[in-house]
Write a protein that binds this ligand. Structure first.
Ligand SMILES: [Ca+2]
Ligand SMILES: [Ca+2]
Length: 80
């Protein structure tokens, strides 16, 4: 399931075009999870479809594990 989500995200998000940002930088309200708006603050090119692909458990938020999975897979690249 996660692999499918990652594959979908890779097809939706242009790799290598995103700014580097960490959970702490992105989580504006410090609740430990990222909304689409919070993620878009760091990754302006992220679409709603991309967000859904990152949200492995479909709870409407991207938590640290999901963010780590995405960055580890190079979806939200911090290289640069
Ligand atoms: Ca938050
Ligand atoms: Ca989630």
């Amino acid at each position: 399931m996660r692999k499918l989500a990652i594959t979908l995200a890779l097809s939706l998000i242009p790799a290598g075009t995103l700014l580097a940002a960490t959970m702490g930088e992105l989580d504006a309200d410090a609740d430990g999870a990222l909304t689409l708006a919070e993620l878009q603050a760091g990754y302006p090119t992220l679409t709603e479809d991309g967000f859904i692909a990152l949200d492995s458990n479909a709870d409407g938020l991207v938590d640290e594990a999901e963010l780590t999975a995405a960055t580890g897979a190079g979806i939200l690249s911090t290289d640069g």
